[in-house]
Design a protein around this ligand. Structure first.
Ligand SMILES: NC(=O)c1ccc[n+]([C@@H]2O[C@H](COP(=O)([O-])OP(=O)(O)OC[C@H]3O[C@@H](n4cnc5c(N)ncnc54)[C@H](OP(=O)(O)O)[C@@H]3O)[C@@H](O)[C@H]2O)c1
Length: 287
């Protein structure tokens, strides 16, 4: 029996934010969580708290799941209740887990869409927040109006693994960038500056880095890396300064040493005259 527009399974920090956004957008929303107490704030806003996960899944044409991980997801999914419905899985996982779950869903007559949420819970509901989806186009069409309550819904294609792949890749980029800033902050604060003094320059610098990345895009796709701006030879010498400055200040040098290793390997392979984008060949060959 379908009584609601949408069901949310999992009311942790993210699932609660998703359900609250759906309610704010005026959708009739059913919710379920393993620990029932977490439904209280949402029922006060008009949500229906289903007694069981199966009842929740049978209650709406579109079921959105957001739990800790895939083992938890598979514990709560009820294929009999979900058959003929659209399942939108916003639980984080690997592309392989997404593809396996899409296959599992197809085997049970469930239309499956996978998703990656590129924002923390307070950003849910901001139209500028980015949420990535991939998988069945009919599932995306069925859920699109509901998903608009969360932020911008970007469908990346039919392969259900792509949203997770992009999500994971973007998070990797976030950790690298944030750790680069933290390393830089450790360096300058060691000599008495504050992060508040340094960071405006760091953020301005990120704008320039943005430009470098744009210039390297065709190089990466064409696998040709002319050193038109700064060669790896020159950058290797400069990275040595970063390693030295770190060591002298007692700042951990593992990060610049890793960068030095990439640069040195590219030089050893005869590519010192290329630009930094050449490093992708070392990354690609690591597997
Ligand atoms: N928080 C973020 O900023 C963020 C951003 C992007 C994506 N995500 C993803 O969203 C998902 C949820 O994250 P969250 O921040 O909401 O985590 P959370 O606050 O720790 O909530 C975890 C949720 O999973 C449920 N759960 C865990 N194990 C379960 C099991 N065995 N059976 C049934 N339910 C189970 C929990 O139920 P109980 O309440 O009963 O423990 C709770 O509803 C994760 O995959 C996370 O990677 C989070």
């Amino acid at each position: 029996m379908t009584e609601y527009d949408v069901t949310v399974l999992g009311l942790g920090q993210m699932g609660s934010a998703l359900a609250a956004a759906l309610l704010r957008a005026g959708h009739r929303t059913a919710v379920w969580n393993r620990t029932p107490a977490k439904t209280a704030a949402l029922t006060a806003e008009g949500a229906h708290a289903a007694a069981t996960a199966s009842e929740a899944q049978a209650g709406s044409p579109v079921v959105i799941a957001c739990v800790l991980d895939y083992p938890a997801l598979h514990e709560i999914l009820d294929p009999a209740a979900l058959a003929g419905r659209t399942l939108v899985n916003l639980t984080s996982g690997s592309p392989e887990q997404a593809r396996e779950t899409a296959q599992w869903a197809a085997g049970h007559g469930i239309d499956y869409l996978d998703g990656g949420i590129m924002i923390t819970p307070p950003g849910i509901g901001n139209p500028e927040s980015m949420l990535l989806y991939s998988g069945s186009r009919t599932a995306f069409a069925a859920a699109e109006q509901l998903l608009a309550a969360f932020g911008e819904a970007i469908h990346l294609g039919e392969d259900p693994g792509v949203a997770s792949l992009y999500d994971t890749a973007l998070l990797g980029m976030m950790w690298s960038t944030m750790t680069g800033w933290l390393h830089a902050a450790a360096l300058v604060t060691a000599d008495g500056a504050t992060a508040a003094e340094f960071t405006p320059l760091a953020l301005r610098w990120l704008g320039d880095v943005n430009g470098f990345i744009r210039a390297y895009v065709p190089q990466v796709d064409q696998r040709a890396y002319p050193g038109f701006d700064a060669t790896i030879d020159v950058q290797l010498a400069t990275i040595e300064h970063l390693v030295h400055a770190s060591q002298v200040r007692g700042v951990d040098a593992a990060l610049p040493e890793l960068l030095r290793d990439y640069a040195a390997r590219a030089v050893a392979q005869g590519h010192g005259g290329d630009g930094w984008a050449r490093v992708i060949e070392l990354l690609r060959k690591a597997a």
